[in-house]
Design a protein around this ligand. Structure first.
Ligand code: CP
Ligand code: NVA
Length: 306
């Protein structure tokens, strides 16, 4: 049976650490200009039902660097957009490509594709989770802090797909996470319950300063995610006070790092001063999407380095 990358909660700590090790190796090889064509002759199908800059480019370039090829498939120009059943799409694509990356709205869609495909399926963001982003975020933490362990992580903002993936990661990898959301915008109850059952060390609060106090890693995201654009004005009111600004940075550890998955709305969830400031590592984080996803694809679709 093939393995999918739909959610971090389906992977063990050891498996995720193996991906970080492979990421480090692949990144070093790429920086040295050494060939690392672990997916020569392989093809990745990339289905996008939402916009993307980082995800599309990093997967496409990543496949090229691994010696393979990536196909951009927008739902609007395939038969998926005209209602071809997901199970048929999954079975047909499995006859052509070696792996499928999917960015969509409902998480059910990636789960159904994975259920009916005979090739690995990678979640490139759903309304529920964004696991590839958190892998890049954690790899960035490892680069800047030496390890992801023994650190306290702070999430400020919406209880959205990014927050859910941080919760899943904290549950699997065992780090301390504090999640501050406005009332009414808390994370999904089922994700919280599963993390609790896994023994996760997570504090949920409506006070951003409680979450930020002495934290080593500060993280936020847009207040209105893709598909929520019509809620922008209501959310601006609800999220006032949940901005990652200089006050939050000062409440955190003196050597904290600031993450943001991007795209960012400067002046809303994060200030210009903070995102451009000395604690921000957001462009390393964006670059690491490329390296970590190459490791994920090689793990799922390829042979190992020797
Ligand atoms: N962070 C992220 O997934 O960016 P894109 O929406 O540009 O892919
Ligand atoms: N929460 C954001 C993340 C974008 C990368 C969204 O879903 O739009």
């Amino acid at each position: 049976m093939n393995k999918d990358f739909l959610d971090l909660s389906q992977w063990s700590a050891q498996e995720l650490e193996d991906i970080f090790d492979l990421t480090r190796d692949l990144k070093a090889r790429q920086k040295r200009g050494e060939s690392h064509q672990l997916l020569a002759g392989k093809t990745l199908g990339m289905v996008f039902e939402k916009s993307s800059t980082r995800t599309r480019i990093s997967f496409e370039v990543g496949m090229y660097q691994l010696g393979g090829h990536a196909l951009f498939l927008s739902s609007g120009t395939t038969q998926m957009g005209r209602g071809e059943p997901i199970e048929d799409t999954a079975r047909v694509m499995s006859r052509y490509v070696d792996g499928l990356m999917v960015r969509t709205y409902s998480h059910d869609i990636v789960e159904q594709l994975a259920q009916h495909a005979s090739i690995p399926v990678i979640n490139g963001l759903t309304d529920l989770t964004h696991p590839c982003q958190i892998m890049a975020d954690l790899f960035t933490v490892i680069e800047h802090k030496g390890s992801f362990r023994d650190l306290s992580y702070c999430w400020i903002g919406d209880g959205n797909n990014m927050a859910h993936s941080w919760i899943n990661a904290a549950a699997v990898l065992g780090f301390e996470l504090r999640v501050a959301t406005p009332k009414g915008y808390e994370p999904d109850a089922a994700i919280v319950e599963r993390a609790n059952k896994m023994g996760a060390n997570i504090l949920y609060t409506n006070d951003p300063f409680v979450a930020a106090k002495d934290a080593h890693v500060l993280n936020t995201d847009v207040w209105a995610s893709m598909g929520q654009e019509q809620e922008q004005k209501i959310r601006e009111k609800a999220f006032a006070g949940f901005q990652l600004n200089q006050g939050i940075v000062e409440a955190a550890d003196r050597e904290s790092i600031v993450l943001h998955c991007l795209p960012a709305h400067r002046g809303e969830e994060i200030t210009h001063e903070v995102i451009e400031g000395p604690h921000s590592v957001v462009f390393d984080e964006a670059e690491n999407r490329l390296h970590v996803q190459k490791a994920i694809m090689a793990t799922l679709m390829g042979k190992s380095l020797c």
